[in-house]
Design a protein around this ligand. Structure first.
Ligand code: SAM
Length: 211
């Protein structure tokens, strides 16, 4: 992606730094990414607020702080091949695609997936494979993945995602119903180390059925 960072996006990156994001590459990706492109025109004036916003179909574009935080947690492991579950608007995918060599992303709502694909193409981000499907199952024939990021919350950790992690790989995932926690799970052979990061609020990861 080759574009001049807008003053608004740079200002958002500064706000995220003030909120505790320390990874420079992540802040630079936020500064480079026109978040208004991922929203309806009617909400474009809110694009650089540090807040989640509706994207239709009862879904949301995540809060920039949580996008940056999850990306920072994942980058600490220097992943090459990454799987994102919940493409949504495509904003998180656009951030990741600037930072890792290969990104695969899955969305269960067809209309969102089509829009996200068009947006990333418009930004000249071509290292992304899109799948319309149930992310609960992962993407077995593209795995194993060095890192998996889930941007919707299941009540329990989907077993297929654990199985598709490479040894040493990391799963960043919000888990829970009313009360949710962001977890980082690292695979060590057949063992999985769990680390609780912070409390979060995500839409549910739907199990089974496409829209
Ligand atoms: N990463 C998104 C972004 O940057 O806009 C955030 C999207 S939103 C918080 C979560 C997304 O997960 C929604 O688009 C929703 O349709 C999707 N989702 C929920 N359950 C899913 C599933 N089982 N498989 C794939 N996507 C799912």
């Amino acid at each position: 992606m080759n574009r001049l960072a807008s003053a608004s996006a740079q200002n958002l990156a500064k706000k995220l730094h003030d909120a505790g994001i320390r990874e420079q590459a992540v802040l630079q990706a936020v500064a480079n990414t026109p978040r208004e492109l991922f929203l309806d025109n009617a909400l474009a004036h809110k694009a650089y607020e540090n807040t989640a916003l509706p994207i239709g179909q009862g879904q949301t574009i995540s809060q920039p702080y949580i996008v940056a935080r999850m990306t920072e947690l994942l980058l600490q492991h220097h992943p090459r091949k990454v799987l994102e579950i919940g493409t949504g608007s495509g904003y998180q995918a656009a951030i990741l695609a600037q930072l890792v060599p290969e990104l695969c992303t899955i969305e269960r709502i067809k209309s969102l997936q089509i829009q996200a694909r068009q947006r990333l193409k418009r930004l000249d981000l071509h290292n992304v494979s899109f799948k319309y499907g149930d992310g609960w199952q992962g993407w077995p024939n593209r795995g194993p993945f060095d890192a998996i990021m889930v941007t919707a919350a299941p009540e329990s950790i989907p077993q297929p995602l654990l199985e598709q992690l490479a040894d040493g790989g990391v799963l960043v995932i919000p888990v829970g119903d009313e009360i949710q926690e962001l977890l980082r799970i690292t695979r060590r052979g057949d063992r999985f180390e769990h680390q609780v990061i912070e409390g979060v609020r995500f839409v549910p990861l739907v199990s089974g059925g496409l829209a």
